[in-house]
Each structure stands twice: as C-alpha cells, then as structure tokens.
Design a protein around this ligand. Structure first.
Ligand SMILES: [Zn+2]
Length: 447
C-alpha cells in the first residue's frame, strides 16, 4: 500500500490523500485550497495524479477545504463512485453550488477562469453513494471502507481503510469533545497507521462550559448598550450551535423584540439539512428537543434577498446579526462590518478559526483600521472571541484519541499550520512513542 498527500501538508486547507493498493487508487477528501489569492491559485494546478485513474473517492465531511475540488476532479476525468454519509452528500452539494456562485461573481468582476461550473457539479452529484456509520463495505476490489462518527459537523467521518491485511484510519477533521449538537468522536479500536488532523496540535481550548457564560455576557452587554453584535459565522455547525445557544439564552432571559438576524442564505439551507437528519445529532440534544425544534427558528429573522439584508440596517438597535463568511473574506458580513465596526457601542464576536491573512484574523490580531471593498474602515467596535466554539479537537484531545488506538506504527500529521503539526508530532513521538511524520506534498510513503 502506498500513500501520498496532495494538499493540507503543513497548512489547513486542500485536504487530498491518495491511497494506492495493487492496481486500485482511491482518494480520501478532495478539498479546496483557501486563503490569500496567490494560495488559491494552487487549485488550478494539476492534482499530482491522473483523475481518470482514480477508482473511488471518499468524502469524510462537507467543508469546502475537504470537498471543494471534487467537481474539478470530475471535470478532469474522474468517473468512480463518491462515498459519504447522507448529510455529507447534501451539505457538499450546497457548499459546492454556493462556491460556484462566489467564483462566478469573482470571475465577472476580475476576469480569470472558473475552477468548475454548474455542469461539472451536475455530473458530480449522481456519482455519490451514501453509506451509514459503522457499515464495512468493499468500495473497490481489495479495499474496504468503514465510516465512523467524527463529531466535527453533521455527517462527518473518521474513515477506516483496510487493504492488504493493513488498517489505516484517517480523522479528516476530529470534533471538539463534548460537542453541543453531535455525539463524541467514535474511537477506532485498532489500526496500523493513522492520518490525523492537527489544526490545534499545540493548543488547549478554553473550558467549553465558559461558552454559554461568555455568549450571555456579550448578548447582555449588546442589549444594555443598545449596540449591534456582529457574528461572522460558518454556515455548517457553528451557525446551528449559535442558534441553539441564543435560543437557550432567550428562553431564560426573555428577548422581547425581534433582534436576531440570520443573514446567510447558505446557512438557512444548511440548517434545514440538520432538521432533516435528526438521527445524526447527539442523543442529548434529541432528548432535550422531542419536538425536533433544535434551533428556535421562530425567534430569528431570516433574510433571503439582498433587499431584506439591507433592511437590517433600518431595524433599531440592539440587534444581533449572524452572517457569512466565517473568516470575513467575503459574503454579507462585509456590508455589516463596514457599517458597524467604526462605532465603539458595537461588538464583533469571533467564534471560529481565522486563517492567517483573513480579514477576521487581522481584526482579531488587533488591526485598528481595515480595508473593506476598497474603503478604509476604522475598527472601534469591541472585538471579542469565544474559543470553545471550535469544531476541532485540541492538543490534549488529539493526544487521547491517538493513545486510545491500539497497534499504531506511524502517525501522519496533516491539516495544521507548521508549528501546530510539529507540536502534536513531538508530543506523540516523545510521550506515546509512535513514529510521527509531517508529510510533504507529492512524496510517496510505503506502508
Ligand atoms: Zn472541517
């Protein structure tokens, strides 16, 4: 069995792993490179293998950095099956279509070429085959796949591959434990090799219980100051967690005016998929919401059109606006940021990972003036962050997860900035005594 990595090596985006066994080739994830423009140009380079020679693709969860190059793979000749859970299939379709629209707008404004178009996406959808958690199936001759709950986003998986008498597990993205909406990641009893994410390989999250307290504090202050609370949010999982927590806050405190806005068409569609697959949610949340109303949507003003989005400006403060994109590198949040960041009564609340170079990261790092749509915008609003909303395991959780897998000979660390991958690799090799490797893009590793 031979392994090679074609993205997410010493970085957090572009996940794409090739496994070759005898004459079969399969891929785990096929993600987009995201970040500064120069970096995104990598999406247009060749894959490092021939897409038409790939027999099957496994998509472990629906984030764009794990599924975003799939239509390009199809465009360049891939005709195999795509294996995933049901929610991953539906969520992937939504994010891929949304991304096509963003790329389309970008190309219209600045020129250039589309990575894929709607026709490529239409050719991609019929290739999906959905499988439930825990079922072991032979996806190509000689290679078996089992998907286990990863507790990261709805339908996310740890993938277990068996071939040539060896077992390889891949965390894709491993969830933060405990998760508000999902079950904790399922343990892999034993494996010979592990490919692990390392987003927070060198860090420990703040106590998860602080989250509700901190959110309540920010909401109370927004109401007291009659300010505007802006929350840039990722459409999948984070938005649903926020809606759930806001609903909880309101049911205790009472919120007597319509002041919550969900200004993201994508997040609205994603929330509907969550409602469609309650069996993928954790048993806790299901038993607390026997009516299946997990997100208190009757409290929230949902804005579909651009005009409705603009009308939020006219609504009196206090108000809370949840809008995409999560790292503020596009989307409706930018219009709100331009309007509300200059006023010190307002608050920007960061609840997700902010990649280097993103607008969210620059503001979080303390920039007092930023450029939005070519305009200089002073940042006088308060900037707050809640770290425990992370959907990723932190260093102690990664360490525990790895330690619990019997028989590991080698661990490959991907999906982390270099210092994070290095930190967890050091921990695992010195404390647990397992050979740890930070792979290089395109290099082959014999198993
Ligand atoms: Zn992810």
């Amino acid at each position: 069995m031979r392994l090679s990595f074609h993205g997410a090596c010493s970085e957090v985006t572009g996940s794409n792993i090739l496994i070759e066994s005898r004459n079969q080739k399969i891929l785990l994830d096929c993600g987009l490179f995201q970040g500064p423009r120069l970096h995104e140009e990598k999406n247009f380079s060749g894959f490092g293998y021939s897409p038409s020679e790939i027999n099957a693709l496994v998509l472990c969860h629906a984030h764009l950095d794990h599924v975003g190059r799939t239509p390009k793979l199809v465009k360049e000749g891939f005709r195999g099956r795509i294996y995933s859970t049901g929610p991953t299939k539906e969520l992937a379709q939504l994010v891929l279509a949304d991304n096509e629209k963003l790329m389309h707008d970008e190309v219209e404004k600045h020129g250039g070429e589309l990575l894929y178009d709607l026709a490529d996406l239409e050719r991609t959808v019929p290739l999906f085959e959905t499988i439930p958690y825990g079922e072991r199936i032979e996806i190509v001759p000689g290679i078996k796949l089992t998907l286990l709950n990863a507790g990261h986003i709805l339908g996310s998986c740890v993938c277990v591959i068996e071939a040539e008498g060896k077992k390889l597990a891949y965390t894709s993205d491993l969830g933060n434990n405990p998760s508000l909406l999902l079950e904790s990641p399922t343990r892999v009893a034993s494996a010979d090799y592990l490919i692990s994410e390392s987003t927070y390989g060198g860090r420990t999250h703040e106590d998860i219980n602080l989250r509700t307290q901190k959110l309540a504090w920010v909401l109370e202050n927004t109401i007291k100051d009659s300010g505007v609370l802006l929350i840039p949010s990722f459409a999948i999982e984070r938005t649903q967690e926020l809606l759930h927590d806001i609903d909880h806050f309101c049911s205790i405190e009472g919120c007597n005016r319509p002041m919550f806005y969900l200004d993201s068409p994508l997040a609205q569609k994603v929330t509907a998929v969550y409602g469609k697959y309650p069996e993928f949610l954790g048993s806790n949340i299901r038993s607390n919401h026997l009516d299946n109303d997990f997100f208190g949507l009757e409290r929230v003003q949902i804005t579909q059109t651009v005009d409705e989005s603009k009308e939020i400006n006219d609504a009196p403060s206090p108000k809370v606006i949840i809008a995409g994109a999560g790292m503020m590198n596009g989307g409706r949040i930018l219009h709100h940021a331009k309007r509300y960041l200059p006023d010190s009564k307002n608050t920007l609340l960061i609840v997700g990972y902010q990649a280097k170079g993103s607008l969210g990261r620059r503001i979080l790092d303390g920039d007092t003036e930023v450029k939005i749509h070519g305009e200089r915008v002073p940042v006088n609003a308060k900037v707050k962050a809640i770290g425990s909303y992370s959907a990723h395991a932190d260093a102690p959780q990664l360490e525990n997860y790895i330690k619990s897998i019997a028989g590991l000979k080698r661990v490959f660390f991907v999906h982390g900035e270099p210092e994070e991958s290095q930190a967890i690799a050091n921990t695992v090799s010195t404390k647990i005594g397992i050979v740890s490797i930070i792979p290089e893009t395109g290099k082959y590793y014999e198993l």
